[in-house]
Design a protein around this ligand. Structure first.
Ligand code: URA
Length: 267
């Protein structure tokens, strides 16, 4: 046979082989590895091509939201409040302090906002959380008795003898634990604005937490009874009434401190 008839015979053989492979199920003419398609439950499909993404120019990458500093947010909100009522609303709406989530009420203040004396306590307890007012539990009742002994009270209509009462934190910490430093840092801008708006003649800080918040000092048993200065006001640190309930012998010191306050107010 000549070369031409060899080529024709090869072509016929190749054609016949291809038809035979097709009958066996061969659909892909090229493959790197042998594949038994009778063994496949599902026919093999080509992977769908990835959808084309729009060009970066038409879809700008999302910028991560800037992280807000809760203390800066608190300062801004407090400074925007022009009245005590607006401040109370701003505090109740402040979202960054988690204590708010567990509290029944935002405890803002009680008494006469025009009083000469502003008392700053620590934080609401159970009774304060339920009633929405500061110092209404056992410690609060003792506080009322202490101040009535020098002729002063939160219900007095007379600004000379009235008291205005608030706390560093407006929400009850769980199980009455000590306030965390970051919780205090968030709420101090509101307290500073509270003092600015109420503008008392003197401040009394009751216990270590408000001493820390207002004076940046601890050690109430050392500080108590000595006038100092903060936020442009004279400040008198005193023992917290809850401490006096646990340590009745210290009531003598508290009485001495009340007389120090009275002397200043009369002075
Ligand atoms: N103790 C505080 O410091 N504040 C309150 O309101 C009640 C208890």
């Amino acid at each position: 046979m000549g070369i031409a008839s060899d080529i024709l015979a090869d072509r016929d053989a190749a054609w016949a082989a291809l038809q035979w492979l097709q009958e066996l199920g061969a659909v892909d003419p090229v493959g790197d590895a042998p594949l038994d398609r009778y063994d496949l439950a599902e026919p093999v499909r080509e992977a769908a091509p990835e959808p084309r993404r729009p060009a970066a120019a038409t879809e700008p990458a999302a910028m991560p939201a800037p992280r807000l500093d809760p203390v800066v947010v608190a300062r801004d909100a407090a400074l925007r409040a022009a009245t005590l009522e607006a401040l109370s609303e701003a505090m109740a709406a402040y979202p960054h302090c988690d204590l708010r989530k567990g509290a029944r009420n935002t405890v803002f203040a009680d008494g006469n906002p025009k009083a000469r004396v502003m008392i700053i306590g620590e934080a609401p307890g159970r009774d304060e959380d339920m009633q929405g007012l500061p110092f209404v539990g056992r410690a609060g009742q003792l506080l009322d008795r202490m101040f009535s002994a020098i002729g002063m009270g939160r219900d007095s209509p007379d600004t000379e003898s009235a008291l205005y009462i608030t706390n560093v934190l407006p929400w009850r910490p769980p199980s009455n634990r000590d306030p965390a430093p970051e919780e205090m840092a968030m709420m101090v801008p509101f307290l500073i604005r509270h003092v600015e708006l109420a503008d008392p003649e003197v401040i009394v800080v009751m216990g270590n937490t408000p001493a820390m918040a207002v004076l940046r000092q601890r050690g109430i048993t050392r500080l108590r009874g000595n006038w100092t200065q903060a936020w442009g006001k004279p400040v008198l640190p005193m023992l917290h009434p809850a401490y006096l309930l646990r340590n009745p012998y210290a009531k003598r010191d508290a009485w001495a401190d009340l007389l120090v306050l009275q002397a200043r107010l009369r002075g």
